[in-house]
Every structure is written in C-alpha cells, then in structure tokens.
Unconditional design. Structure first.
Length: 546
C-alpha cells in the first residue's frame, strides 16, 4: 500500500452552532483563572474555547490571559507560573497577559462612584446573619444609610483599621429578588488575614470580589464576548447590572456547560490532599485531571481541542465518560505513532529453521500507511516471543510471525507444573513453555492462520522498558452528597500497574514525549528515555476502548 504524509497538525473544524453574535466587528475574549491552583481539564475547556473563537473561528481576534488575583488568602506566584505553563501545554499563545490587580486603583474609583450614586452601601452585619437575611429576603439595617457614612466606612476599609475591617460594601440591587445573586451581593471586602498580595504586597487592604471586578475589567480591556459556564447563569444578571450602574460598555455573555467526568476528582482541596499524602507523584500525575496530568498521560493538544469544540455548544452538565475524549485523541496519535515491538520479560526463546545462519537487518517503514520514516528490523535464527502466546501453540500448528510470514511449530518443551490454576481454555496445562522450535514457511497464507504473534530477533541490542498503565482514582462513577464527606473511602485501592519488557533496538532513539505504538500492546507516551543504566518508561495511552 502506498504511504502518505501524516499531518503535522490540524485546526479544529468550525462549528456552526458556535458562531458569536456581532463577531463581524471583531472578537476579543479572555480566560480569567484565579492563581490558586493548577489548571484541570474543566478549566481547559474555557481556555480552549476562548482561544478557538479569537484565533480559529474568527482569525485576527484577540485573547487575553487575565489572572483574577483578588483573593490574597489563596493565591501565590507559584500557581501563577504553573498556569502560564499549563496554558502553554494546551498550545495556547495569549495575545496579552494581564492581571485584575493592574486595575485595583480604577476599581476603587468605581466603588466610590457606585456608592455616590446611591447604588451601594457599607454593611457590618455578621456573615452568618447576612446569609440568613438574604435567604429570608430581609433588608440590612444599613441599606438606607447616607452616602457620606458609606463613603467614610469605605475609606476605613481601605486602611484596614479595626473599624474598617468590620465592614464590607454591598450593591444595592434588590434585597427580595427571586434571583438570590441579586439580593444585595457583597462587592468589596477586607480579608480576614491581611496576607500580602503576591504582586502588590500590602499596598491594598480591601479587595473587590470577582463578581464586581470581572465586568469592570472586561469592559476596560475591550472584551467583546465573555465566555462563562452555565453555573454563572444566575450571576449574569448581576454582571450586567454592574456595567449598567457604572455606565460602562456592555459585554456579550456566551455560556457553555461545565465539564465533568466519571470517577474523577476535580476539587483542588481533594487533589492537594492526595499530593501531600503521597498517594500520587505530584500535580502532573497521569491519574490527575490536571492539564499537565492528562498531557503526561498522552493527551494531545489536537485531541483535547477537538473534543472541547465538539462539546462547546452544549448547555447540559453531564457526568461524561473518558472514553469519548480518548477516542478523539486516538484519531490524532494514530497518524503520529511509529510502530515498534515489545515482548514481556517472561519470554520464550525459539529456534527458527529456514532462515539465514547469520543475523541480518532490513529497513522497514515505521508505519504501514503514513510516511514516518524507517526503522531497522532484525531477522535471525534466534527469536523471542510472548510466553502467553507460546502456551497456546500445538505441535505442527501453523502460525503467523507478524510482518514477516508464517511458520510451523515443530517442537515445544515445557516447564513441568502441577498448579491447576494454569489450566484454562485454549492454554496448555503442562505449564510454561521453556523453549520452542519453529520452521519458517513464507509461502503460507497468513489469512488462514488464527494466531498472529509479535516477535523479536534476540540478536539485536534489545531495549529494557517499563510499561505503566493506570486506573481511575475513584472506584465509583459519581459520589452522592453523603459519600462526598468521606470520599477517601472510595479511592481505588490500586490504580498504577507496571510491567517489564524488552523492545526492538529502534526504541533506543525514542525521546521523552514521543508517542508510539507497541504492536498488540497499545499506544504509549515516552516518559523517560531508555539509557544503558535505566529502562525506558512508557505510559499507556487509553484508546477509548477500555
């Protein structure tokens, strides 16, 4: 079969249902993560959709990576740097990187303005009481305090005096609205702990809430379309109210569903606990739903983008199975993965008749369909095959040596065993095979044989490899509210599985992050390249069939 060039990359197809209103006038989007943790696959949907609209669906647009750094108790420079790296791992190149903290002075001024207009007030009602009043749709006793008093209290807040730290600023929208997010929400507060801001230090003592700062900065930065998950639907009215109250340019809101996966932990608190307890190797553990975790497992940028774009228009929040996303990823890696061979360490040595006495090699394509270059294949009288295959053979049976030809099984020698557990359908009960003699039969019809096996010439520089597979961290698809309180009880007892093999000599040239396929074993990503001192480490990439 003729070969063809494998595509080096591709753009996600345009989806008609994802067209943006008023896009003809230009598109400016933003991805506003809080620098309080590592990005996970849920965040990646927002990031990729923002990038998709600004750079693919509407070429010439602009995307801003904005750090929503308004919560000093949770944020730090480590997480900011991690998010920058995670965004790069997603293949996204923001046109601009900004910070909400760049606008703190202006946001302070807008808070003064909204107080002066009588549309916000200071409140020192204790938090638990305030929550109860909001649930009961009762007004605060300070709701109608004078503008002068409210401004004075705001000034005390900004100094973080003992008096000022008692107060917060609330938007005066509607204390009895059916939409709870409009019941006079807090828009400015003093943190309980005056933790220095990782960028501004102790310059500011009071900070805006995300709900207040986001619409203001969106308008100031020229955002045309704000992408928000459906969990913010109730808050969209508050977003629009703030812009109108401050007489700022309106921004179009485009909503999409939050993404969730079965048997997966998304909570930063829970993931942090697993990292700190040593249950996983770190934030880039292949079992984690973090961007760096799934990328290390073998998820490609193209596969992830195609999946997120295909899910983009949906407004339904569902607990998705991982099979779908890995199936899309397989379509990408299948075009890029060179084919190699690995045989389990518990192999059987076979003597092969009908082949040249001296070992020899030939150059063969790395892929049967796509031009990925060539590899060296060794042939000789000394072969190694899988023990699992050898135990199924019968004397004089004809088998196929994949990518070579047929052979007859002329002799089989067994390691005697009385272990009845070895007896299984189609497996010889005499025990493991110790050696075997084959006779090459290149004229044989490979279509007629039932057993087609992988093999390696023993007369080559074989590569030791460690093959690692993973299971989900959770043993149950979805935890109930009650089960969430003791979620540790539902961790899968064993979720990492290692096996050891030898691979063909070409694997010495495989580098970290290369994706390949070991025939009959599956797709793998190289996590550690093989050296003479240590085996190569390869993580199995799910294909969507598991």
């Amino acid at each position: 079969m003729a070969t063809q060039n494998a595509p080096k990359g591709k753009k996600a197809p345009k989806v008609k249902l994802m067209e943006l209103p008023n896009a003809a006038n230009g598109v400016v989007t933003r991805f506003p993560p809080e620098p309080s943790g590592y990005l996970h696959i849920g965040h990646s949907k927002a990031a990729l959709l923002n990038d998709y609209f600004a750079h693919i669906q509407y070429p010439g647009g602009k995307m801003i990576l904005r750090f929503d750094d308004t919560n000093t108790d949770k944020e730090n420079a480590e997480f900011e740097n991690a998010i920058r790296e995670d965004v790069a791992l997603l293949g996204i190149k923001p046109d601009t990187i900004s910070y909400t903290s760049n606008y703190f002075d202006q946001i302070d001024e807008y808070c003064v303005k909204i107080i002066q207009s009588g549309k916000a007030y200071a409140d020192d009602t204790p938090g638990d009481v305030m929550s109860a009043q909001r649930m009961a749709r009762e007004p605060s006793v300070h709701r109608d305090d004078s503008v002068e008093d409210n401004l004075a209290r705001f000034e005390e807040m900004k100094k973080a005096t003992d008096e000022g730290r008692r107060w917060c600023i609330r938007a005066k929208i509607s204390h009895a609205n059916n939409n709870a997010s409009l019941r006079d929400p807090v828009i400015f507060r003093c943190p309980k702990n005056q933790t220095p801001h990782h960028r501004t230090g102790l310059k500011y003592k009071a900070y805006p809430t995300y709900q207040f700062a986001c619409p203001i900065v969106d308008s100031l930065e020229g955002i045309t379309h704000a992408l928000r998950t459906t969990e913010y639907n109730d808050q969209d009215a508050q977003y629009k109210w703030i812009l109108k109250a401050l007489e700022l340019r309106p921004v179009f809101i485009w909503t999409f569903s939050k993404i969730q996966f079965v048997r997966t932990l998304m909570s930063k608190r829970k993931l942090t606990k697993l990292v700190n307890a040593g249950v996983v190797s770190g934030w880039d553990d292949p079992r984690f739903p973090t961007v760096r975790g799934i990328r290390r497992r073998g998820m490609t940028i193209e596969g992830l983008r195609d999946f997120m774009v295909s899910q983009g228009p949906s407004k339904n929040v569902v607990n998705m199975d991982w099979h779908t996303i890995w199936t899309m990823n397989k379509k990408v890696i299948d075009l890029q993965a060179s084919r190699y061979t690995a045989i389990d360490n518990n192999y059987v040595i076979c003597k092969l008749k009908g082949v040249k006495e001296e070992p020899y090699s030939e150059m063969k394509p790395k892929h049967a369909k796509y031009d990925l270059g060539e590899k060296k294949v060794w042939y000789s009288q000394n072969l190694i095959i899988e023990q699992e295959d050898a135990r199924t053979f019968a004397k004089d049976e004809e088998i196929t040596l994949m990518n070579w030809g047929n052979a007859y099984v002329r002799d089989i020698q067994y390691e005697k065993t009385s272990d009845k557990s070895d007896i299984a359908d189609g497996v010889n009960a005499l025990g493991n095979v110790s050696s075997m003699e084959l006779e090459l039969h290149l004229e044989g019809d490979f279509k007629a044989t039932k057993k087609k096996i992988t093999w390696l010439s023993k007369d080559q520089d074989l590569v030791p490899v460690e093959l690692v597979d993973f299971d989900h961290l959770l043993s149950k698809d979805k935890l109930t509210e009650e089960e969430e309180t003791h979620w540790e009880d539902f961790l899968t007892p064993k979720s990492e599985f290692k096996s050891y093999s030898v691979a063909d000599c070409n694997v010495w040239n495989v580098k970290v992050d290369d994706v390949l396929q070991f025939d009959r074993k599956g797709y793998y990503r190289c996590d550690e390249a093989a050296t003479k001192e240590s085996p190569g480490v390869f993580f199995k990439i799910p294909s969507g069939k598991e």
